[in-house]
Design a protein around this ligand. Structure first.
Ligand SMILES: [Zn+2]
Length: 62
């Protein structure tokens, strides 16, 4: 769905959830970058998959 503001609405890469409050999600959700595009993880999945997320931290983040 196109975003009038030009941003990409966050979609959880784990469970596919979309936030009701997009602005709040941009703050609360975990944001990563893969292959030059944003990868979002919702708060619930962030907690559940914290270890694997940390495991994926590499030079691409910096
Ligand atoms: Zn999720």
């Amino acid at each position: 769905m196109p975003d009038p503001a030009g941003g990409t609405p966050p979609v959880c890469a784990v469970c596919g959830a979309t936030p009701e409050d997009e602005v709040r999600a941009r703050i609360a959700w975990t944001r990563g970058t893969e292959a030059g595009r944003d990868v979002w993880t919702c708060t619930a999945c962030s907690r559940e998959h914290l270890r694997s997320i940390e495991g994926k931290l590499d030079s691409a983040w910096w």
